[in-house]
Design a protein around this ligand. Structure first.
Ligand code: 3PG
Length: 307
């Protein structure tokens, strides 16, 4: 059996070594395609792969057509919007993710961005502190929970909105649940996004919603660029010069944000939230173990597509 790691944004070497150990201990072969710049390289590498470990790499119908021997794709990470699930099902390929494995790394980066923004991007001018401020966690999943844990240490007042998470679970963590996204944005000085990119959430962070934030509101995005209605946010930031936006996922309209919102906008050049040795090791090795469990025992825990 051949397992391919196909990562345009590579894992740390220590994680690749760990994955190799798991795969070779199972008697399989490991192949590596890192930092590829062209889809043709991916199409070529998948030809004889039985299993693939990916990150944000796009697995679409064309890739699945080229991967004639493929049985399983594991997205080493949480969000699997980069995989065409219906096409995978049609090709008889199982798709999994590795939930929770990189969530602390993403949560820590959310605070890195937050602190940078409230300290005016380190321009020397007097900023503000996070302690005592109201934090709104938009979606209380694995990353949201880690954000809440860190925010407690900082001394923030923590609110969360998640249509799919029982309020009791939030309350048990000492978080104040709110009933609607609108209420979250109205209440909170800082909103941190942790929603996946789905048909329901795409473009949902719009003018009307973000405009509910109090004066000097800060929006932090370590989720996905697709959830932001960029035209709306640009227009809002023009209309509201008090608002700031910091993101780990460069907007399509990055140049416009940078030009029109100097001192109020920042984007990392490449999505860096999960880019730590620890997250790479956790998610990469979990992916390798899930592949071995699937190929040897048919274990389908963490499967995200239909059969
Ligand atoms: C995820 O969905 O797990 C995160 O967004 C990290 O994505 P990455 O592996 O592409 O850095």
């Amino acid at each position: 059996m051949k397992v391919l790691i196909a990562t345009e944004k590579p894992f740390a070497k220590i994680a690749v070594d760990g994955i190799r150990k798991e795969i070779e201990a199972a008697g399989y072969e490991l192949a590596l395609l890192e930092k590829y710049t062209d889809k043709a390289q991916l199409l070529d590498a998948v030809k004889d792969a039985n299993a693939i470990i990916i990150r944000s790499d796009i697995i679409d119908n064309e890739v699945l057509d080229a991967a004639k021997e493929l049985k399983i794709v594991v997205r080493a990470g949480a969000g699997y919007d980069n995989v065409d699930l219906e096409a995978a099902t049609a090709h008889g390929v199982c798709v999994m993710n590795t939930p929770g494995q990189n969530s602390n790394a993403v949560a820590e980066l959310a605070f890195g961005l937050m602190i940078m923004a409230v300290r005016n991007f380190y321009d020397g001018k007097s900023g503000t502190e996070l302690m005592g401020k109201k934090l709104g966690i938009h979606a209380y999943g694995n990353v949201g929970r880690n954000v809440a844990r860190i925010a407690k240490g900082i001394g923030m007042e923590i609110y969360a909105y998640d249509a799919y998470c029982p309020k009791e679970a939030m309350e048990a963590d000492g978080i104040i649940p709110v009933n609607t996204a609108e209420e979250l944005y109205e209440k909170c000085n800082v909103v941190s996004l942790h929603i996946p990119a789905t048909a329901e959430t795409k473009n949902s962070i719009n003018y009307e919603l973000v405009n509910r934030m109090p004066k000097n509101g800060l929006l932090v995005n370590t989720a996905r660029k697709e959830v932001i209605n960029e035209a709306d946010l640009l227009r809002l930031m023009h209309d509201r010069p008090d608002l700031k936006y910091v993101t780990d996922i460069m907007p399509v309209h990055h140049a416009e944000f940078a030009e029109q919102c100097p001192g109020r906008y920042f984007s990392t050049p490449k999505k860096m939230g999960a880019q730590t040795a620890e997250a790479n090791i956790n998610a990469g090795i979990a992916a390798a173990k899930q592949i071995v469990g699937f190929l040897k025992d048919g274990c389908e825990r963490f499967r995200v597509n239909k059969k």
